[in-house]
Design a protein around this ligand. Structure first.
Ligand code: KG4
Ligand code: ZN
Length: 335
């Protein structure tokens, strides 16, 4: 059995988790602490990097202490320490990474630098013993990525966004509609009861054979609709129509990827996967096409350290570790 402690601080959530597991056995998340900075950044309409890093540094020590105290685990029992090393905001990544390296160094244990996107990708499988072959769609504030997954650590990029990420589109349209930051959950709330067919928004690139995405045309179409109507729109219908366009694009492209590769399972992860309408649409579409659909538990959709600890556990059990001199990488690609 190995005990791993991981820190996630790539953007505006400070998170610490402890997981326990061994090869071939289901991993257990013993603690998953997340301290959100959303309120702090809300008045600025987006994440302010310096505020984020200062708060990571203020909150981290308390969160590590709480995770250890709540689980009754002593620091000396931890077998390896991990942190997100990228992609993300440089000043935020540095706080978590430096803290994890410091603990690894002090306790004379290995350190693991983890790719944030690998954490998201693995999050639907936290309660499994292994990562089965599947098509992975990661939809977050900074990324929209479609991958062919053979197993843990074996990924092939199939497509990604050519402009805005799906979550970024939600956030920008939320802003246009005068909704609070972040726009994703606010649009989901606003769309409830709305008519998703009220506005005929474009499904860019949906009919194309390639597996890339584009959301900037959709975002601009929403802007023009608002300008033409001089703000006199039904926000509920507009939010529902926008959300439906994003869903159609994401579901359509992912099923195309599954058909092209012959994979029988689809895994959905990242902050946008918290969206109920998106989860339901994937569920229905996969039910019809005969694909198995897996997604992360709601607590593990948005940024958290359990997914980082799980990714680190799999790498630790495979005998991997990172040098203490490992730098952070704000633009780290997954493949
Ligand atoms: O994965 P995440 O926490 O952070 C990144 O790695 O970016 O994702 C945050 C993104 C934001 O763009 C947020 O608006 C979006 O996830 N999001 C949602 C919902 N909840 C969060 N988008 C749509 N519907 C939601 N319910
Ligand atoms: Zn994320």
């Amino acid at each position: 059995m190995a005990l791993l402690l991981a820190i996630e601080s790539s953007c505006d959530e400070t998170a610490v988790a402890i997981v326990r597991g061994s090869a071939g056995r289901t991993a257990e998340v013993l603690a998953s602490e997340v301290s959100s900075q959303i309120e702090l950044h809300r008045e600025h309409g987006g994440v302010v990097p310096e505020l984020a890093s200062r708060n990571h540094s203020l909150r981290l020590r308390g969160l590590v202490g709480k995770a250890l105290a709540d689980t009754g685990v002593a620091m000396r029992e931890i077998d390896a320490f991990a942190a997100t090393s990228g992609p993300g905001l440089a000043s935020s990544l540095l706080i978590g990474s430096t803290a994890a390296k410091g603990m690894a160094c002090a306790m004379n244990r290995p350190f693991l630098a983890i790719n944030h996107l690998e954490g998201h990708l693995l999050s639907p499988f936290l309660d499994r013993t292994s990562v089965p072959p599947h098509i992975a769609l990661i939809v977050s504030g900074g990324h929209t990525l479609l991958l062919d997954v053979e197993g843990s650590g074996r990924y092939r990029r199939l497509g990604g966004t050519r402009d805005d990420a799906a979550g970024e589109a939600f956030d920008k349209v939320g802003k246009m509609l005068g909704l609070a930051y972040p726009g994703g959950p606010e649009i989901e709330k606003a769309a409830r009861g709305g008519n998703p067919k009220a506005y005929d928004f474009p499904r860019s690139m949906l009919g194309d054979a390639h597996l890339d995405f584009s959301f900037s045309g959709l975002k601009t179409a929403v802007l023009y609709t608002l300008q033409r109507a001089e703000g006199m729109v039904c926000v509920t219908d507009l939010a529902a129509s926008f959300q439906q366009a994003v869903i159609d694009i994401l579901v359509g492209k992912t099923l195309r990827a599954a058909r092209q590769t012959g994979r029988s399972m689809i895994g959905l992860s990242g902050g946008v996967s918290l969206n109920r309408a998106l989860r339901d649409a994937f569920h229905d579409a996969c039910g019809k096409s005969g694909h198995e659909f897996v997604t992360a538990a709601p607590d593990f959709c948005t940024d958290n350290a359990a997914m980082i600890a799980f990714a680190a556990l799999l790498r630790h059990l495979a005998g991997e570790c990172s040098p203490l001199g490992e730098d952070i990488h704000p633009n780290l690609p997954l493949v």
